[in-house]
Design a protein around this ligand. Sequence first.
Ligand SMILES: Cc1cc2nc3c(=O)[nH]c(=O)nc-3n(C[C@H](O)[C@H](O)[C@H](O)COP(=O)(O)O)c2cc1C
Length: 447
Amino acid sequence: MTEKRTDQLKFAVFMTGDSNYHNAGWRLPGAYNDAGLRLDRWIEFAQTMERGKLDMLFIADGIGTAGIDNLKATRANPKVDRMEPFTLLSALASVTKHIGLAATAHTTYNEPYHIARQFASLDHLSGGRAGWNFVTGANAEDAKNFSRDSHQVHGDRYDRAEEFADVCIGLWDSYEDDAFKRDKDTGVYVDTDKLHVLNHKGKYFQVKGPLSVARPPQGHPVLIQAGMSEPARELSARVADAVFTSQPTFEEAHAFYADIKNRMDKYGRNPNDLKILPGVAIFTGRTAEEAEEKYEALSALVNPAAAVALLSARTGIDLTGVPLDEPVPELKGNDVRVSNPQLMFKLAQREKLTLRGLVQRYAAAGPHNMVRGTPSQVADQLEYWFLNRAADGFIFLPVYLPGALNDFVDMIVPELQRRGLFRKEYEGKTLRENMGLPRPENVFLKR
Ligand SMILES: Cc1cc2nc3c(=O)[nH]c(=O)nc-3n(C[C@H](O)[C@H](O)[C@H](O)COP(=O)(O)O)c2cc1C
Protein backbone atom coordinates (compact mmCIF):
# COMPACT_ATOMS: atom_id res chain seq x y z
CA MET A 1 0.00 0.00 0.00
CA THR A 2 2.87 2.41 -0.57
CA GLU A 3 2.15 3.39 -4.19
CA LYS A 4 1.30 7.04 -4.94
CA ARG A 5 -2.37 7.86 -4.53
CA THR A 6 -4.44 8.65 -7.59
CA ASP A 7 -7.79 8.67 -5.79
CA GLN A 8 -9.31 11.55 -3.82
CA LEU A 9 -10.48 12.19 -0.28
CA LYS A 10 -13.93 11.03 0.86
CA PHE A 11 -15.93 12.97 3.46
CA ALA A 12 -18.73 11.89 5.74
CA VAL A 13 -20.29 14.37 8.19
CA PHE A 14 -20.98 13.20 11.72
CA MET A 15 -24.41 14.42 12.83
CA THR A 16 -25.73 13.75 16.31
CA GLY A 17 -29.13 14.17 17.97
CA ASP A 18 -29.19 17.93 18.41
CA SER A 19 -26.88 18.18 15.37
CA ASN A 20 -23.93 20.03 17.01
CA TYR A 21 -21.04 17.66 17.72
CA HIS A 22 -19.69 19.80 20.55
CA ASN A 23 -21.71 19.29 23.70
CA ALA A 24 -21.83 23.03 24.33
CA GLY A 25 -22.18 23.90 20.61
CA TRP A 26 -25.85 24.78 21.08
CA ARG A 27 -24.91 27.53 23.55
CA LEU A 28 -22.63 29.46 21.19
CA PRO A 29 -24.16 32.74 19.99
CA GLY A 30 -25.36 32.22 16.41
CA ALA A 31 -25.44 28.42 16.67
CA TYR A 32 -28.72 26.54 16.35
CA ASN A 33 -30.03 25.17 19.63
CA ASP A 34 -33.15 23.64 18.12
CA ALA A 35 -31.96 21.80 15.04
CA GLY A 36 -32.45 18.24 16.29
CA LEU A 37 -36.17 18.05 15.64
CA ARG A 38 -36.48 20.68 12.89
CA LEU A 39 -36.62 19.40 9.36
CA ASP A 40 -35.88 22.82 7.84
CA ARG A 41 -32.52 22.89 9.66
CA TRP A 42 -31.62 19.39 8.51
CA ILE A 43 -32.51 20.27 4.93
CA GLU A 44 -30.23 23.29 5.18
CA PHE A 45 -27.35 21.07 6.44
CA ALA A 46 -27.88 18.44 3.73
CA GLN A 47 -27.98 21.10 1.02
CA THR A 48 -24.79 22.69 2.36
CA MET A 49 -23.11 19.26 2.21
CA GLU A 50 -24.20 18.87 -1.41
CA ARG A 51 -22.86 22.34 -2.18
CA GLY A 52 -19.53 21.11 -0.79
CA LYS A 53 -19.78 17.85 -2.82
CA LEU A 54 -19.39 15.85 0.39
CA ASP A 55 -20.05 12.13 0.31
CA MET A 56 -22.29 11.33 3.20
CA LEU A 57 -24.51 12.72 5.93
CA PHE A 58 -24.16 10.28 8.80
CA ILE A 59 -26.42 10.12 11.86
CA ALA A 60 -24.96 8.73 15.06
CA ASP A 61 -27.56 7.10 17.25
CA GLY A 62 -28.29 5.21 20.40
CA ILE A 63 -31.37 3.44 21.64
CA GLY A 64 -31.07 4.77 25.13
CA THR A 65 -29.78 7.88 26.87
CA ALA A 66 -26.27 7.81 28.30
CA GLY A 67 -26.00 9.20 31.84
CA ILE A 68 -29.75 9.64 32.34
CA ASP A 69 -29.64 8.69 36.04
CA ASN A 70 -27.64 11.84 36.80
CA LEU A 71 -30.39 14.42 36.46
CA LYS A 72 -28.20 17.39 37.28
CA ALA A 73 -25.85 16.54 34.43
CA THR A 74 -28.76 15.71 32.15
CA ARG A 75 -29.96 19.32 32.44
CA ALA A 76 -26.96 20.36 30.33
CA ASN A 77 -27.00 17.43 27.89
CA PRO A 78 -28.19 18.35 24.38
CA LYS A 79 -28.05 14.71 23.26
CA VAL A 80 -31.14 13.58 25.16
CA ASP A 81 -33.67 14.20 22.40
CA ARG A 82 -33.12 13.12 18.86
CA MET A 83 -35.02 12.13 15.79
CA GLU A 84 -35.22 8.48 14.78
CA PRO A 85 -32.69 8.25 11.90
CA PHE A 86 -34.73 6.37 9.27
CA THR A 87 -37.62 8.78 9.59
CA LEU A 88 -35.32 11.76 9.24
CA LEU A 89 -33.26 10.33 6.36
CA SER A 90 -36.39 9.38 4.43
CA ALA A 91 -37.48 13.02 4.56
CA LEU A 92 -34.02 14.19 3.49
CA ALA A 93 -33.93 11.68 0.62
CA SER A 94 -36.78 13.53 -1.05
CA VAL A 95 -35.09 16.95 -1.05
CA THR A 96 -31.52 15.93 -1.95
CA LYS A 97 -29.92 14.34 -5.02
CA HIS A 98 -26.34 13.44 -4.25
CA ILE A 99 -25.52 13.22 -0.59
CA GLY A 100 -25.23 9.71 0.89
CA LEU A 101 -27.62 9.12 3.79
CA ALA A 102 -26.22 6.89 6.50
CA ALA A 103 -27.97 5.79 9.68
CA THR A 104 -26.64 4.03 12.74
CA ALA A 105 -28.59 0.90 13.60
CA HIS A 106 -27.53 -1.43 16.38
CA THR A 107 -27.03 -5.14 16.00
CA THR A 108 -27.37 -5.94 19.71
CA TYR A 109 -31.09 -5.33 20.36
CA ASN A 110 -32.51 -5.26 16.84
CA GLU A 111 -33.55 -8.08 14.56
CA PRO A 112 -31.88 -8.38 11.14
CA TYR A 113 -35.10 -8.65 9.17
CA HIS A 114 -36.27 -5.26 10.45
CA ILE A 115 -32.98 -3.58 9.72
CA ALA A 116 -32.49 -5.17 6.30
CA ARG A 117 -35.97 -4.03 5.31
CA GLN A 118 -35.47 -0.46 6.53
CA PHE A 119 -32.15 -0.03 4.71
CA ALA A 120 -33.43 -1.63 1.52
CA SER A 121 -36.36 0.81 1.60
CA LEU A 122 -34.10 3.81 2.25
CA ASP A 123 -31.84 2.75 -0.62
CA HIS A 124 -34.82 2.59 -2.98
CA LEU A 125 -36.24 5.90 -1.73
CA SER A 126 -32.94 7.70 -2.18
CA GLY A 127 -31.97 6.13 -5.51
CA GLY A 128 -29.01 4.24 -4.05
CA ARG A 129 -27.64 6.56 -1.38
CA ALA A 130 -28.15 4.56 1.82
CA GLY A 131 -25.39 3.64 4.26
CA TRP A 132 -25.58 1.60 7.47
CA ASN A 133 -23.32 2.18 10.43
CA PHE A 134 -23.70 -1.20 12.12
CA VAL A 135 -22.59 -0.83 15.68
CA THR A 136 -22.86 -3.18 18.61
CA GLY A 137 -23.77 -0.22 20.83
CA ALA A 138 -21.50 2.08 22.84
CA ASN A 139 -24.06 2.81 25.56
CA ALA A 140 -24.43 0.04 28.13
CA GLU A 141 -27.68 1.62 29.37
CA ASP A 142 -29.41 0.68 26.10
CA ALA A 143 -29.89 -2.84 27.47
CA LYS A 144 -32.41 -1.56 30.01
CA ASN A 145 -34.76 -0.43 27.24
CA PHE A 146 -34.80 -3.94 25.84
CA SER A 147 -35.83 -6.07 28.80
CA ARG A 148 -32.30 -6.76 30.01
CA ASP A 149 -30.35 -5.75 33.10
CA SER A 150 -26.95 -5.38 31.46
CA HIS A 151 -25.26 -4.91 28.10
CA GLN A 152 -24.47 -8.11 26.24
CA VAL A 153 -20.80 -9.12 26.80
CA HIS A 154 -18.39 -7.53 24.29
CA GLY A 155 -17.29 -10.75 22.51
CA ASP A 156 -20.88 -12.00 22.25
CA ARG A 157 -21.99 -8.67 20.84
CA TYR A 158 -19.55 -9.05 17.97
CA ASP A 159 -20.46 -12.71 17.47
CA ARG A 160 -24.02 -11.58 17.04
CA ALA A 161 -22.97 -8.68 14.79
CA GLU A 162 -21.14 -11.09 12.44
CA GLU A 163 -24.22 -13.25 12.06
CA PHE A 164 -26.48 -10.17 11.86
CA ALA A 165 -24.51 -8.76 8.92
CA ASP A 166 -24.60 -12.08 7.06
CA VAL A 167 -28.35 -12.42 7.52
CA CYS A 168 -28.92 -8.89 6.21
CA ILE A 169 -26.72 -9.53 3.18
CA GLY A 170 -28.62 -12.77 2.48
CA LEU A 171 -31.94 -10.94 2.78
CA TRP A 172 -30.93 -8.07 0.47
CA ASP A 173 -29.99 -10.70 -2.11
CA SER A 174 -33.36 -12.48 -1.83
CA TYR A 175 -34.21 -11.34 -5.35
CA GLU A 176 -31.77 -11.00 -8.22
CA ASP A 177 -31.54 -7.50 -9.70
CA ASP A 178 -33.81 -8.34 -12.64
CA ALA A 179 -36.28 -10.60 -10.81
CA PHE A 180 -39.24 -8.21 -10.98
CA LYS A 181 -40.81 -8.45 -14.46
CA ARG A 182 -44.17 -6.78 -13.71
CA ASP A 183 -45.23 -7.94 -17.18
CA LYS A 184 -48.82 -6.99 -17.91
CA ASP A 185 -49.06 -9.26 -20.95
CA THR A 186 -47.82 -12.50 -19.39
CA GLY A 187 -49.12 -11.78 -15.91
CA VAL A 188 -45.70 -12.58 -14.43
CA TYR A 189 -44.97 -10.12 -11.66
CA VAL A 190 -41.81 -11.74 -10.39
CA ASP A 191 -39.56 -14.41 -11.89
CA THR A 192 -39.29 -16.94 -9.09
CA ASP A 193 -36.22 -18.56 -10.69
CA LYS A 194 -34.51 -15.39 -9.53
CA LEU A 195 -35.80 -15.66 -5.98
CA HIS A 196 -33.57 -17.06 -3.23
CA VAL A 197 -35.10 -17.98 0.11
CA LEU A 198 -32.44 -17.59 2.79
CA ASN A 199 -33.51 -20.27 5.29
CA HIS A 200 -30.91 -19.09 7.80
CA LYS A 201 -30.55 -21.15 10.98
CA GLY A 202 -27.74 -19.82 13.16
CA LYS A 203 -26.64 -19.26 16.74
CA TYR A 204 -28.66 -16.06 17.23
CA PHE A 205 -31.13 -15.93 14.38
CA GLN A 206 -33.52 -18.13 12.46
CA VAL A 207 -34.67 -16.23 9.42
CA LYS A 208 -36.50 -17.79 6.51
CA GLY A 209 -36.80 -14.86 4.10
CA PRO A 210 -37.19 -13.66 1.45
CA LEU A 211 -37.03 -9.94 2.22
CA SER A 212 -40.20 -8.12 1.22
CA VAL A 213 -38.22 -5.52 -0.75
CA ALA A 214 -36.50 -5.89 -4.14
CA ARG A 215 -32.70 -5.88 -4.19
CA PRO A 216 -31.47 -2.36 -3.25
CA PRO A 217 -30.15 -0.18 -6.11
CA GLN A 218 -26.67 -0.40 -4.61
CA GLY A 219 -26.98 -4.17 -4.17
CA HIS A 220 -26.31 -3.63 -0.49
CA PRO A 221 -26.28 -0.25 1.25
CA VAL A 222 -22.78 0.95 2.06
CA LEU A 223 -21.77 -1.01 5.16
CA ILE A 224 -19.91 1.00 7.77
CA GLN A 225 -18.30 -0.36 10.93
CA ALA A 226 -17.25 1.86 13.82
CA GLY A 227 -15.62 -0.40 16.41
CA MET A 228 -11.89 -0.65 17.00
CA SER A 229 -11.44 -3.76 19.15
CA GLU A 230 -10.03 -7.02 17.76
CA PRO A 231 -13.38 -8.57 16.77
CA ALA A 232 -14.50 -5.24 15.29
CA ARG A 233 -11.39 -5.11 13.08
CA GLU A 234 -12.00 -8.64 11.83
CA LEU A 235 -15.65 -7.86 11.07
CA SER A 236 -14.64 -4.69 9.22
CA ALA A 237 -12.05 -6.51 7.12
CA ARG A 238 -14.56 -9.18 6.17
CA VAL A 239 -17.67 -7.19 5.28
CA ALA A 240 -17.36 -3.40 5.71
CA ASP A 241 -17.19 -0.88 2.86
CA ALA A 242 -16.10 1.89 5.21
CA VAL A 243 -14.73 2.18 8.72
CA PHE A 244 -15.35 5.14 11.03
CA THR A 245 -12.69 5.37 13.66
CA SER A 246 -11.36 7.60 16.43
CA GLN A 247 -7.61 8.06 15.94
CA PRO A 248 -6.26 11.08 17.82
CA THR A 249 -2.76 10.94 16.27
CA PHE A 250 -1.24 10.24 12.86
CA GLU A 251 0.82 7.34 14.24
CA GLU A 252 -2.21 5.57 15.69
CA ALA A 253 -4.25 6.19 12.54
CA HIS A 254 -1.44 4.92 10.32
CA ALA A 255 -1.08 1.69 12.31
CA PHE A 256 -4.87 1.16 12.38
CA TYR A 257 -5.13 1.75 8.63
CA ALA A 258 -2.43 -0.79 7.82
CA ASP A 259 -3.87 -3.31 10.24
CA ILE A 260 -7.39 -3.23 8.74
CA LYS A 261 -6.18 -3.28 5.12
CA ASN A 262 -3.76 -6.16 5.84
CA ARG A 263 -6.57 -8.26 7.26
CA MET A 264 -8.59 -8.07 4.02
CA ASP A 265 -6.47 -10.40 1.92
CA LYS A 266 -7.59 -13.52 3.79
CA TYR A 267 -11.19 -12.68 2.89
CA GLY A 268 -10.24 -12.33 -0.78
CA ARG A 269 -10.85 -8.57 -0.74
CA ASN A 270 -9.00 -5.69 -2.39
CA PRO A 271 -7.84 -3.11 0.21
CA ASN A 272 -9.15 -0.28 -2.00
CA ASP A 273 -12.67 -1.63 -1.53
CA LEU A 274 -12.81 -0.43 2.08
CA LYS A 275 -12.46 3.26 2.96
CA ILE A 276 -11.04 4.20 6.33
CA LEU A 277 -12.43 7.48 7.65
CA PRO A 278 -11.04 8.74 10.98
CA GLY A 279 -13.01 11.44 12.78
CA VAL A 280 -11.75 15.02 12.73
CA ALA A 281 -13.04 18.09 14.55
CA ILE A 282 -11.89 21.29 12.88
CA PHE A 283 -11.61 24.81 14.24
CA THR A 284 -10.67 27.17 11.44
CA GLY A 285 -10.52 30.90 10.84
CA ARG A 286 -8.77 33.49 8.69
CA THR A 287 -5.85 33.34 11.12
CA ALA A 288 -4.59 30.66 13.50
CA GLU A 289 -5.54 32.98 16.39
CA GLU A 290 -9.13 33.19 15.17
CA ALA A 291 -9.32 29.38 15.04
CA GLU A 292 -7.92 29.19 18.57
CA GLU A 293 -10.47 31.73 19.79
CA LYS A 294 -13.29 29.57 18.44
CA TYR A 295 -12.00 26.60 20.44
CA GLU A 296 -11.65 28.69 23.60
CA ALA A 297 -15.11 30.22 23.20
CA LEU A 298 -16.71 26.78 23.01
CA SER A 299 -14.58 25.36 25.84
CA ALA A 300 -15.71 28.18 28.12
CA LEU A 301 -19.32 27.08 27.61
CA VAL A 302 -18.73 23.50 28.77
CA ASN A 303 -20.45 22.71 32.06
CA PRO A 304 -17.63 20.76 33.81
CA ALA A 305 -19.78 18.74 36.21
CA ALA A 306 -22.14 17.65 33.44
CA ALA A 307 -19.23 16.89 31.12
CA VAL A 308 -17.53 14.74 33.75
CA ALA A 309 -20.76 12.86 34.33
CA LEU A 310 -21.16 12.27 30.60
CA LEU A 311 -17.57 11.07 30.20
CA SER A 312 -18.14 8.72 33.15
CA ALA A 313 -21.25 7.33 31.46
CA ARG A 314 -19.51 6.91 28.10
CA THR A 315 -16.40 5.21 29.52
CA GLY A 316 -18.12 3.29 32.30
CA ILE A 317 -15.65 4.78 34.80
CA ASP A 318 -16.86 7.00 37.62
CA LEU A 319 -14.82 10.22 37.43
CA THR A 320 -17.23 12.36 39.44
CA GLY A 321 -15.01 12.41 42.57
CA VAL A 322 -11.82 13.36 40.69
CA PRO A 323 -10.61 16.99 41.24
CA LEU A 324 -11.15 19.06 38.08
CA ASP A 325 -7.81 20.83 38.00
CA GLU A 326 -5.54 17.89 38.71
CA PRO A 327 -4.12 15.40 36.20
CA VAL A 328 -6.45 12.62 35.13
CA PRO A 329 -5.89 9.33 36.99
CA GLU A 330 -5.54 6.07 35.10
CA LEU A 331 -8.88 5.16 33.55
CA LYS A 332 -9.61 1.52 34.14
CA GLY A 333 -13.10 0.21 33.51
CA ASN A 334 -14.76 -3.15 34.04
CA ASP A 335 -14.82 -3.79 30.35
CA VAL A 336 -11.33 -2.70 29.37
CA ARG A 337 -11.69 -4.10 25.88
CA VAL A 338 -14.04 -1.28 24.98
CA SER A 339 -11.82 1.22 23.20
CA ASN A 340 -13.11 4.50 24.61
CA PRO A 341 -11.54 4.54 28.13
CA GLN A 342 -8.15 3.49 26.80
CA LEU A 343 -8.18 6.17 24.13
CA MET A 344 -9.24 8.91 26.51
CA PHE A 345 -6.64 7.98 29.09
CA LYS A 346 -3.84 7.92 26.50
CA LEU A 347 -4.99 11.28 25.21
CA ALA A 348 -5.02 12.83 28.69
CA GLN A 349 -1.50 11.50 29.32
CA ARG A 350 -0.09 12.65 26.00
CA GLU A 351 -1.54 16.14 26.15
CA LYS A 352 -0.89 16.37 29.93
CA LEU A 353 -4.49 17.33 30.56
CA THR A 354 -6.28 18.02 33.80
CA LEU A 355 -9.74 16.54 34.09
CA ARG A 356 -11.18 19.95 33.11
CA GLY A 357 -8.93 20.03 30.02
CA LEU A 358 -9.92 16.47 29.15
CA VAL A 359 -13.66 17.12 29.33
CA GLN A 360 -13.26 20.28 27.24
CA ARG A 361 -11.25 18.29 24.69
CA TYR A 362 -13.84 15.47 24.84
CA ALA A 363 -16.74 17.89 24.36
CA ALA A 364 -15.08 19.23 21.21
CA ALA A 365 -13.77 16.11 19.55
CA GLY A 366 -14.55 13.07 21.71
CA PRO A 367 -11.68 10.64 21.27
CA HIS A 368 -11.06 11.94 17.73
CA ASN A 369 -8.35 14.02 16.11
CA MET A 370 -8.76 17.76 16.54
CA VAL A 371 -7.22 20.26 14.11
CA ARG A 372 -7.05 24.01 14.72
CA GLY A 373 -5.67 26.50 12.21
CA THR A 374 -6.09 28.38 8.95
CA PRO A 375 -7.66 26.51 5.99
CA SER A 376 -4.21 25.91 4.59
CA GLN A 377 -2.88 24.52 7.89
CA VAL A 378 -5.92 22.28 8.22
CA ALA A 379 -5.60 21.07 4.62
CA ASP A 380 -1.90 20.30 5.23
CA GLN A 381 -2.85 17.89 8.02
CA LEU A 382 -5.65 16.20 6.10
CA GLU A 383 -3.38 15.87 3.08
CA TYR A 384 -0.58 14.38 5.15
CA TRP A 385 -2.85 11.72 6.65
CA PHE A 386 -4.28 10.90 3.22
CA LEU A 387 -1.03 10.75 1.23
CA ASN A 388 0.72 8.75 3.93
CA ARG A 389 -2.11 6.28 4.22
CA ALA A 390 -3.50 6.96 7.62
CA ALA A 391 -6.89 7.77 6.04
CA ASP A 392 -8.88 7.44 2.81
CA GLY A 393 -10.94 10.41 3.90
CA PHE A 394 -12.48 11.69 7.10
CA ILE A 395 -15.63 11.82 9.09
CA PHE A 396 -15.91 15.50 9.81
CA LEU A 397 -17.39 16.49 13.19
CA PRO A 398 -19.18 19.87 12.92
CA VAL A 399 -18.63 21.32 16.39
CA TYR A 400 -21.49 23.81 16.06
CA LEU A 401 -24.07 24.39 13.37
CA PRO A 402 -24.44 25.80 10.87
CA GLY A 403 -21.13 27.67 11.42
CA ALA A 404 -18.58 24.85 11.50
CA LEU A 405 -20.16 23.10 8.50
CA ASN A 406 -20.23 26.34 6.51
CA ASP A 407 -16.58 27.01 7.42
CA PHE A 408 -15.68 23.53 6.22
CA VAL A 409 -17.53 23.82 2.92
CA ASP A 410 -16.54 27.43 2.22
CA MET A 411 -12.95 27.43 3.47
CA ILE A 412 -11.49 23.92 3.68
CA VAL A 413 -13.17 22.24 0.68
CA PRO A 414 -11.97 24.87 -1.87
CA GLU A 415 -8.42 24.52 -0.53
CA LEU A 416 -8.56 20.73 -0.93
CA GLN A 417 -10.05 21.09 -4.42
CA ARG A 418 -7.28 23.52 -5.37
CA ARG A 419 -4.76 20.88 -4.34
CA GLY A 420 -6.54 18.22 -6.46
CA LEU A 421 -7.38 16.23 -3.33
CA PHE A 422 -11.14 16.52 -3.53
CA ARG A 423 -13.81 16.33 -6.25
CA LYS A 424 -15.38 19.36 -7.90
CA GLU A 425 -18.38 17.36 -9.11
CA TYR A 426 -19.99 14.14 -7.95
CA GLU A 427 -18.72 11.22 -10.03
CA GLY A 428 -21.82 9.06 -9.92
CA LYS A 429 -25.40 8.75 -8.80
CA THR A 430 -25.10 6.30 -5.92
CA LEU A 431 -23.11 6.56 -2.71
CA ARG A 432 -21.05 3.54 -3.79
CA GLU A 433 -20.19 5.20 -7.12
CA ASN A 434 -19.12 8.42 -5.42
CA MET A 435 -17.06 6.59 -2.84
CA GLY A 436 -15.36 4.39 -5.43
CA LEU A 437 -16.86 1.22 -3.96
CA PRO A 438 -17.84 -1.80 -6.07
CA ARG A 439 -21.47 -2.89 -6.33
CA PRO A 440 -21.55 -6.29 -4.60
CA GLU A 441 -22.44 -9.42 -6.50
CA ASN A 442 -25.52 -11.30 -5.27
CA VAL A 443 -24.23 -13.90 -2.76
CA PHE A 444 -26.54 -16.58 -4.15
CA LEU A 445 -24.92 -16.25 -7.59
CA LYS A 446 -21.45 -16.80 -6.11
CA ARG A 447 -22.38 -20.19 -4.72
C1 LIG B 1 -17.00 7.73 14.12
C2 LIG B 1 -17.68 6.79 15.08
C3 LIG B 1 -19.06 6.80 15.16
C4 LIG B 1 -19.71 5.98 16.06
N1 LIG B 1 -21.05 6.04 16.13
C5 LIG B 1 -21.71 5.30 17.05
C6 LIG B 1 -23.10 5.43 17.21
O1 LIG B 1 -23.74 6.20 16.51
N2 LIG B 1 -23.70 4.68 18.16
C7 LIG B 1 -23.00 3.81 18.96
O2 LIG B 1 -23.60 3.14 19.81
N3 LIG B 1 -21.68 3.67 18.84
C8 LIG B 1 -21.02 4.41 17.91
N4 LIG B 1 -19.66 4.29 17.81
C9 LIG B 1 -18.96 3.42 18.76
C10 LIG B 1 -18.60 2.08 18.20
O3 LIG B 1 -19.61 1.53 17.44
C11 LIG B 1 -18.30 1.02 19.27
O4 LIG B 1 -19.47 0.75 20.00
C12 LIG B 1 -17.25 1.43 20.22
O5 LIG B 1 -16.14 1.91 19.51
C13 LIG B 1 -16.86 0.23 21.09
O6 LIG B 1 -16.56 -0.88 20.30
P1 LIG B 1 -15.10 -1.46 20.23
O7 LIG B 1 -14.80 -1.94 21.63
O8 LIG B 1 -15.15 -2.58 19.25
O9 LIG B 1 -14.21 -0.37 19.79
C14 LIG B 1 -18.97 5.11 16.91
C15 LIG B 1 -17.60 5.08 16.81
C16 LIG B 1 -16.94 5.92 15.91
C17 LIG B 1 -15.47 5.84 15.83
